[in-house]
Design a protein around this ligand. Structure first.
Ligand code: ATP
Ligand code: MG
Length: 137
């Protein structure tokens, strides 16, 4: 019953890809544990991406992520963290295989439409950060 944090970024929401992305996780067999539409503050996003503070693209990343609402979700299932990352594709959409979410819907690394936790430890941290109220299940 591993859990992962998956977030549709502002460009994914704005482009109308919520349904398609949610459907992929449902059809793969993952169980939806929590979901909400939220516009994050820059301070909140700086916590989410704290490991990247200092990267040259960090300020742009925070502005991009704060530019509109995101869909915050938690999914549960076998190897959810690793499988979720495979479903996303690579960080750079151009290096992502066709059939992955970024490979099918994105072109630019700075507009790659979706986030997925990269380890079980980070998934737990991210779920606590985005759902401080707790999850329904
Ligand atoms: P995410 O954490 O969003 O799921 P990731 O784990 O594939 O993505 P990270 O290295 O954690 O990749 O980078 C976080 C995000 O920062 C990327 O998804 C992308 O939006 C942005 N990013 C990473 N590298 C660059 C870059 N070279 N130029 C612009 N933006 C970048
Ligand atoms: Mg990451």
């Amino acid at each position: 019953n591993e859990r992962t944090y998956i977030m549709i970024k502002p460009d994914g929401v704005q482009r109308g890809l919520i349904g398609k992305i949610i459907t992929r996780f449902e059809e793969r067999g993952f169980k939806l544990i929590a979901l909400k539409l939220v516009t994050a503050t820059e301070a909140h996003l700086e916590k989410h991406y704290a490991d990247l503070a200092g990267k040259p693209f960090f300020p742009g990343l925070i502005k991009y992520m704060a530019s509109g609402p995101v869909i915050a979700t938690v999914w549960e299932g076998l190897d959810a963290v690793k499988t979720g990352r495979v479903m996303l594709g690579a960080t750079n959409p151009l290096a992502s295989p066709i059939g992955s979410i970024r490979g099918d819907y994105a072109l630019a690394v700075g507009r790659n439409i979706i986030h997925g936790s990269d380890s079980v430890e980070n998934a737990e941290k991210e779920i606590a950060l985005w759902f401080p109220e707790g999850t329904a299940q």
